[in-house]
Design a protein around this ligand. Structure first.
Ligand code: F6P
Length: 364
């Protein structure tokens, strides 16, 4: 029997379980393959005792409907930077990648499928360079990987954020308020842009288009019409005013390398007040609500396509590559291509033009 190990790394994302199920169901059609999962990304391999889970058809039955990942995930540490407590109580990191590869050999693992975002796929590339037979599956609600038209989870996040705008509109209208919704996306404005169009927001602020606070106020005044109207602003967590900087703080969680973004909605409200904008304003930070729960049909389908393709790449020996969606095809691209260039919103793209065409202001 040959073994493929599946790991989910980075933040969770609607559709992870659908990928796992698809890998297992496709593998079950080959008589000589079995699938195992490493618990919490590669931590399951590196821990003593090892934490792995047999993934057969029974284990994955019906999980495409569920959010999260049945094998757990983490966005801390990893085989190249395993958290290590020094004698003085401070934390450092140690490279355990060689040890992990030896453990995988000991466990009879013939191939690895790593489902994760840019951080996870950078690790995939490094492991591939060390000789591991590994295939990547991209995942992130941020949709910020340029090698693929879409990542699964993104459309679900947009759906959740749009439904949130729909709800905010009723309060905004009833109270004649300006309501500001802060959404995720890190340095990419895709979730905010799509949500603003689908939800019919008046203003959309994204990292790729630094905003002028006076222009934002001007746009809002035109809709707020002396206290009788209302308006919705969708702001991406990575958005910043012209000449301003990203609102981010270093996390104190051991092994967590990313900065934590957040607080831009509150800042916007305060800055609007500071320039004399008089409307009643409130902010809502959507946070992890947009990453949780049931994936919408689109993401289940894309995730299933990615899972089937990933296992077929194992059969073809296409290691060192990541699954990608290039409409209408599911293709594969070398890791280095996949991780080299992020996918940000082009301020001149058709989607921004569409938004401006229906009167959405970007504060530019
Ligand atoms: O990359 C996905 C994402 O949800 C970002 O949009 C967000 O900034 C970040 O992860 C939050 O990470 P965490 O769950 O570690 O707080």
């Amino acid at each position: 029997m040959k073994r493929v190990l599946v790991a989910t790394g980075g933040g969770d994302c609607p559709g992870l379980n659908a990928v796992i199920r698809a890998v297992v169901k496709r593998a079950a059609q080959e008589r000589d393959w079995e699938v195992i999962g490493s618990i919490q990304s590669y931590d399951g391999i590196l821990r003593e005792p090892t934490e792995i889970m047999v993934l057969d058809e029974k284990a994955v039955a019906g999980i495409h409907v569920d959010g999260g990942t049945i094998i757990g995930t983490t966005n801390k540490g990893g085989p190249f930077a395993w958290p290590f407590k020094n004698q003085d109580g401070t934390w450092g990191a140690v490279d355990r990648s060689d040890e992990m590869i030896r453990k995988l050999q000991y466990l009879g693992v013939d191939a690895v499928i790593s489902i994760g975002g840019d951080g996870s796929q950078k690790i995939s590339q490094q492991l591939f360079e060390k000789g591991l037979k590994i295939i990547g599956v991209p995942k992130t609600i941020d949709n910020d990987l340029s090698a693929t038209d879409f990542t699964f989870g993104f459309q679900t996040a947009v759906q959740i954020a749009t439904e949130s705008v729909d709800k905010l509109v009723t309060t905004a209208a009833s109270h004649n308020r300006v309501l500001v919704l802060e959404v995720m996306g890190r340095n990419a404005g895709w979730i905010a842009l799509n949500t603003a169009i689908a939800g019919g927001a008046e203003v959309c602020l994204i990292p790729e288009i630094p905003y002028d606070i006076e222009k934002v106020a001007e746009k809002l005044y035109s809709r707020y019409s002396k206290g009788k109207g209302h308006a919705i602003v969708v702001i991406a967590e990575g958005a910043a005013p012209k000449g301003g900087t990203l609102l981010a703080e270093k996390s104190d969680e051991v092994g967590y390398e990313n900065v934590r973004l957040g607080g831009v909605a509150r800042k916007l409200v305060n800055d609007l007040k500071a320039i004399g904008f008089e409307a009643d304003m409130r902010e809502t930070v959507l946070g992890h609500l947009q990453r949780g729960g049931v994936p919408i049909a689109y993401d289940r389908i894309l995730a299933t396509q990615f899972g089937v393709k990933a296992f077929e790449m194992v059969l073809e020996g296409k290691y060192g590559e990541m699954v990608a969606y290039r409409h209408p095809n599911i293709i594969s691209v070398p890791f280095h291509e996949a991780i080299d260039s992020p996918n940000f919103v082009d301020p001149n793209c058709d989607l921004v033009k569409t938004a401006k065409g229906v009167g959405i202001g970007f504060g530019d």
